[in-house]
Design a protein around this ligand. Structure first.
Ligand code: ADP
Ligand code: MG
Length: 683
């Protein structure tokens, strides 16, 4: 018996285009929708506006120009006549249909002036062996050179092959039984060609136990992978830091504010991790302006007092600079050596800094990723903080991890900070390899931000508004966000706006800052804004993350309809940081798309970052929200975190107990479910 080859090379290539590189990928390539081709309707009964399948004779055909070439078929059954129109066709199809005999057409029926018509239907020739399908017909998203029929056949063959070979033997029978799930192969068969019961729309099918089985398997794999990582990390050794209570007290006393309860709580969680002897791997999340920096800084005291070094990494030079200034000020009465290391630090100073880091005299080093990219060796790094972690790619985080090993074989403690609040389902799933701390409140005394959404033609009124704010000695941001496809134009907008404002406001100093400027220049401008030497700052989105000028009370954002929710929220978070009321104006150009409308509504109605993040998750899905595409971690193909919380909770608990029992089936399950399993890394 010859071994039948299941795939030709060409097919394999086409499949790869669809992201299919293995048998399980193919089995899991589910239809987008289904046709009901289980019944045949007569032409007479076929419903106008609905989809029907008819079985007819082709009586005649012709090519007509209307104005493009159309192929028209004249068909009939015992009850009447109909026209079929193809907008695209191959010459070979004319031949085929001319002499076809009985043909089945499936498509939407339209009523023309005095005849019924079907446009561009699917069709198949009928011969003696053609039975009528008992199941719904799957419609896949396809690619050029791989037709529906070819893909259907391929998948069908593979399903049969897999069933025969027991390729997908059930691994966790007891668990599947617990939830009353059908078997994997039953689920696959069902989902590709569901029997014609009432499951005729995709929602229903997604609610079926067959689909839920896949969701569960997928989430179980994710949880196994991440929880394993979580446990593995705890096997490493990290230095222990005692709680440096007296020093902390002194620090708190020189602050001009009191920590919120939420800040105290997360600080305790961090400090508790320090005492355990294995590395902390913690995500500190909290809305913009909730005060994460100060928490991380206080934690750093424990590390320094234990004789270890702290690294503090920020995604931009402006932000690194700002943290540096802040920490210098907070620690001015201590003997701590605090250094800044960014790309634009002059070479000589850099070399000195390297030396101090290597010798161990530097206590805190603040920098951009330059901090870890170059030949920097820490003497005894004990704790590193990554601000705005989602801004860093995997490679950067890997570099950091590799370069942060200690001489004594210790791993440093790691704290990631994120101002993009992560909804609970997301942190339970994608962040299952970390501990998560959440600052739930903003410091008291903050006045809420009022947001207005204006059509772009209100510039005059805006000038008055700016004037009002400036008269109260407040400062203003005017943001012209950089929009990728036309960087040049955006810059022009920012430039024009700057000139316009400068001409108009004679008594105020207007500044301009954008990403194309030299780092030195940017710093200079930011410093002036911070010191209120500039009152109105025209900016591209370089000011999006972290920038902290509490005296700024008005922000105008141009082209707001083109920005994502989290970006808008981040930008708006630059104001409302002091005790004065703040005001944000979102300008949009006419003709909003419906998602743009939704986004602006959400940002208008909400100021709570968690609420906004939840809405964002609904709009965009987790992959986009987390930037997971570039992170290297597998995204979820079936689970929908807005819908599948219960399954997620189950999968997480089950994963934990499987790991605890060191179950031998874990790896097999992960191999089946995680694409590129061998290559995935988490950092
Ligand atoms: P984010 O969490 O967005 O990084 P920051 O750490 O930049 O927020 O803090 C925002 C501002 O609030 C800073 O000026 C910070 O010093 C100040 N701040 C932090 N905690 C408090 C507090 N408990 N009360 C008042 N102001 C605070
Ligand atoms: Mg911050």
């Amino acid at each position: 018996m010859s071994k039948k080859k299941l795939l030709t090379e060409l097919q394999a290539k086409k499949l790869k285009k669809l992201g299919i590189t293995s048998t399980i990928d193919l089995l899991l390539y589910l239809p987008n929708k289904y046709n009901d081709q289980t019944v045949i309707q007569t032409i007479n009964d076929s419903l106008v506006g609905g989809k029907s399948q008819i079985e007819v004779n082709v009586n005649d055909l012709e090519v007509k120009y209307r104005p493009k070439k159309n192929l028209i078929l004249y068909v009939s059954d015992l009850t009447g006549q109909m026209q079929i129109r193809f907008l695209h066709y191959y010459p070979s199809q004319i031949k085929q249909l001319e002499s076809a005999g009985l043909v089945r057409f499936y498509g939407e029926v339209r009523q023309q002036s005095n005849y019924k018509e079907m446009i561009h239907p699917e069709y198949s020739l009928v011969n003696d062996s053609t039975g009528l399908s008992k199941n719904l017909t799957p419609i896949y998203s396809i690619t050029k050179g791989l037709s529906q029929n070819m893909l259907r056949k391929l998948i069908k063959n593979h399903i049969e092959g897999a069933t025969q070979k027991e390729l997908f033997k059930e691994l966790f029978l007891n668990l599947y039984k617990k939830y009353d799930f059908p078997s994997f192969m039953d689920s696959i068969s069902f989902l590709h060609e569901p029997p014609k019961i009432k499951v005729d729309d995709i929602e229903n099918i997604h609610n079926s136990k067959f689909f839920k089985r896949l969701i569960y398997d997928e989430l179980l794999a994710q949880q196994l992978f991440l929880r394993k990582q979580y446990n593995l990390l705890k096997k490493n050794k990290a230095p222990k830091f005692k709680h440096a209570q007296p020093k902390q007290q002194i620090f708190l006393e020189q602050l001009n504010f009191k920590l919120t309860d939420s800040q105290k709580q997360v600080l305790e969680e961090i400090q508790n991790d320090f005492t355990k002897g294995f590395p902390m791997n913690r995500l500190l999340q909290g809305d913009v302006g909730c005060g994460k920096t100060v928490v991380a800084t206080i934690a750093a005291i424990d590390c320094i007092e234990a004789g270890f070094q702290v690294a503090f990494m920020a995604p931009t030079e402006i932000l690194a600079e700002q943290h540096y200034e802040k920490l210098i000020n907070w620690f001015k009465d201590t003997s701590y050596e605090i250094l800044l290391l960014t790309g634009s630090v002059p070479k000589k100073a850099k070399l000195e800094t390297y030396l101090k880091i290597e010798k161990g005299s530097a206590d805190i080093v603040i920098g951009t990723h330059a901090l870890f990219q170059e030949a920097v060796t820490f003497n005894n790094l004990g704790f590193y903080i990554i601000d705005e972690q989602h801004r860093f790619g995997v490679e950067q985080r890997m570099l950091l991890k590799n370069n942060s090993k200690n001489l004594q074989g210790f791993e440093p403690h790691q704290l990631m900070m994120s101002a993009t609040p992560i909804p609970r389902t997301l942190s339970m799933s994608f962040f299952a390899h970390m501990d998560v701390s959440t600052i739930k409140e903003l410091p008291g005394g903050r006045r809420p931000i009022t947001t207005k959404v204006y059509l772009d033609d209100k510039r005059r009124q805006l000038l008055n508004l700016i004037d009002e704010h400036c008269k109260k000695n407040n400062q203003v941001y005017w943001v012209c966000p950089l929009i990728e496809e036309s960087e040049f134009l955006d810059l022009e907008t920012a430039n024009d706006t700057y000139q316009e404002l400068e001409k108009y406001f004679i008594n105020q100093k207007v500044g301009l800052i954008h990403g194309k400027m030299k780092a030195e220049e940017k710093k200079e401008i930011m410093k002036k804004f911070q010191q209120n030497l500039i009152q109105i700052l025209v900016a591209t989105s370089v000011i999006e993350v972290g920038v902290d000028v509490p005296n700024a009370t008005l922000m105008i954002i141009e082209n707001s309809e083109r920005l994502g929710l989290s970006q808008l929220h981040q930008l708006r978070g630059r104001i409302g940081r002091g005790e004065k009321s703040s005001f944000c104006v979102l300008l949009y150009k006419n003709k909003l798309s419906s998602t743009a409308k939704q986004r602006l509504r959400i940002i208008y109605e909400n100021t709570d970052g968690f609420k906004i993040a939840e809405e964002d998750l609904k709009l965009r899905g987790p992959g986009e929200l987390l930037g997971y595409k570039q992170s290297g971690l597998p995204t979820l193909r079936f689970a929908n975190l807005n819908r599948d919380l219960v399954i997620l909770e189950n999968a997480r608990n089950d994963a934990n107990s499987l790991i605890e029992k060191n179950d031998v089936r874990i790896n097999e399950h992960m191999k089946r479910w995680l694409r590129n399993f061998e290559e995935i890394v988490t950092v």
